[in-house]
Write a protein that binds this ligand. Structure first.
Ligand SMILES: Cc1cc2nc3c(=O)[nH]c(=O)nc-3n(C[C@H](O)[C@H](O)[C@H](O)COP(=O)(O)O)c2cc1C
Length: 154
């Protein structure tokens, strides 16, 4: 069974909730799914990752949530080759923060691309000003992502 790893960056649990809600969709699509809520680079590169999904909210002024900082710092410092990594990205934010809207998700996307990883499809940006429960947007997005990117293996 291929392995889908979901990497979570969260302050208040919204992004973790998204990860837990979309997990069964990927299981139904034929994946073994692991959620990392204290992710390390080793979690990504230390064993096979057939597909990755990042669920990351933004704090401060466009900053990564604290639990996600070690992961990003390790990529910055070790500059691993991530070519061959295919991923999707769900960014949580709030447009009332203006220019830093979904800043962490956007920075992560750039960081991963810079290491050679390939994003499949468009990044989802969930705006807390418009959507109270991020799941309401994330679930249909994940269903469509699986469909349009032909990710179903079972
Ligand atoms: C102190 C604080 C700072 C925030 N800064 C930003 C920001 O710069 N950009 C943004 O898009 N959202 C910002 N947000 C909004 C959160 O990203 C948003 O509420 C998100 O849904 C939280 O997800 P979580 O429950 O996974 O932590 C901020 C929220 C708080 C409480």
């Amino acid at each position: 069974m291929p392995m889908l790893k979901i990497f979570v960056g969260t302050m208040y649990g919204g992004a973790l909730d998204v990860a837990e809600q979309v997990k069964p969709l990927f299981e139904q699509a034929g994946y073994e799914v692991a959620i990392f809520d204290q992710p390390t680079l080793e979690d990504l590169t230390g064993s096979t990752t057939d597909l990755a999904l990042f669920c990351v909210s933004t704090t401060g002024s466009g900053d990564y949530p604290g639990n996600f900082v070690p992961f990003v710092r390790a990529i910055d410092e070790q500059s691993p080759s991530l070519s061959g990594l295919r991923y999707g990205l769900i960014a949580l934010g709030d447009s009332s923060y203006g220019d830093t809207f979904c800043g962490a998700g956007r920075s992560l996307d750039e960081l991963l691309a810079g290491q050679g990883a390939l994003r499949l499809g468009e990044r989802l940006e969930v705006d807390a000003m418009e959507t109270f429960m991020a799941d309401d947007e994330a679930l249909p997005w994940a269903e469509e992502w699986i469909e349009t990117q032909q990710l179903k293996v079972a």
